[in-house]
Ligand binder design. Structure first.
Ligand SMILES: NC(=O)c1ccc[n+]([C@@H]2O[C@H](COP(=O)([O-])OP(=O)(O)OC[C@H]3O[C@@H](n4cnc5c(N)ncnc54)[C@H](OP(=O)(O)O)[C@@H]3O)[C@@H](O)[C@H]2O)c1
Length: 255
């Protein structure tokens, strides 16, 4: 029987792969036989990860790039295409969070969050979609968040809420008009996962206690618990699914 989840030889690009969820996804895709190009600003970390991925028997490319800067993105996509000749899967995962209410956040901080989490997806998609259209094939997966559809009463994250809400509807917009080119666009909305972004804030005992009390599963996500959704959206298993954001959140957004 055909393995619907087979990713052997696919070219997967993952942004935000120098820490946290991006690192985990890069390893998960390499274990499925995909070649993985990894993007972030901290190049030294990417180089270490690329070597680890190659030990799993796939090809990897580390690319230093700030996803909020168009010239960086243009050059990054060009260097990936130079090595791999095509891009099958784009995972727009790079992101930053910023605590604060609208009356506290500086304009600079607002722009940093929106430019990374939203404009970064626009820019990466802009250059990658051109190649996907030529191949009449593509899978784009945007990392959204539960914070894109709900607020958080105790820890205000207003710029982050705005950016992730926009990611969810950008996903739908792209999905509807790119379907005719064989490109699907879906999102993953994680609940709470331990990473550089969350370990010193939402994982503080007092905040974790609140999350666990609200979350039906009573706990944050564990390493690897986003892999299944990402592999589903990247593979033929999801060939008739587009515009969807799946919340991998222990039921957090279902209450
Ligand atoms: N952890 C959670 O609970 C959670 C929940 C919901 C959604 N998310 C989302 O999941 C994604 C990954 O976050 P994480 O939790 O793994 O946090 P993380 O460990 O802080 O990772 C964020 C990644 O994004 C990269 N990045 C940030 N700004 C960038 C830029 N301008 N250009 C290129 N890369 C950039 C960082 O690399 P450099 O600093 O090296 O550039 C890093 O690799 C984010 O989109 C986040 O919003 C996380």
């Amino acid at each position: 029987m055909k393995n619907l989840f087979d990713l052997t030889g696919k070219i997967v690009v993952i942004t935000g792969a120098s820490s946290g969820i991006g690192v985990q996804l890069a390893k998960a895709f390499a274990l499925q036989g995909a070649n993985v190009a990894i993007i972030a600003r901290r190049y030294e970390r990417l180089e270490v990860l690329a070597k680890e991925l190659e030990k799993l028997g796939v090809e990897s490319l580390a690319v230093k790039c700030d996803v909020s800067i168009e010239e960086d993105v243009k050059n990054a996509v060009a260097s990936i295409l130079n090595k791999f000749k095509k891009i099958d899967v784009l995972i727009n995962n790079a992101g930053v969070a910023s605590l604060g209410s609208v009356d506290e956040i500086s304009e600079e901080e607002w722009n940093r969050v929106i430019d990374t989490n939203l404009k970064g997806i626009f820019l990466m998609s802009k250059y990658v979609v051109r190649n996907m259209k030529e191949n009449s094939y593509g899978r784009i997966i945007n990392t959204a968040s539960v914070c894109g559809i709900v607020g958080s009463k105790n820890v205000p994250l207003h710029a982050y809420n705005a950016s992730k809400g926009a990611v969810i509807n950008l996903t739908k917009g792209m999905a509807t008009s790119l379907a005719k080119y064989g490109i699907t666009v879906n999102g993953i909305g994680p609940g709470l996962f331990k990473s550089e972004m969350t370990e010193k804030t939402l994982f503080k005992p007092e905040n974790l206690k609140i999350y666990n009390a609200v979350c039906p599963m009573g706990r944050p996500g564990k390493e690897g618990e986003l892999d299944g959704a990402a592999i589903y959206f990247a593979s033929d298993a999801s060939s008739y699914t587009t515009g969807q954001t799946i919340f991998v959140d222990g039921g957090f957004t279902s209450i």
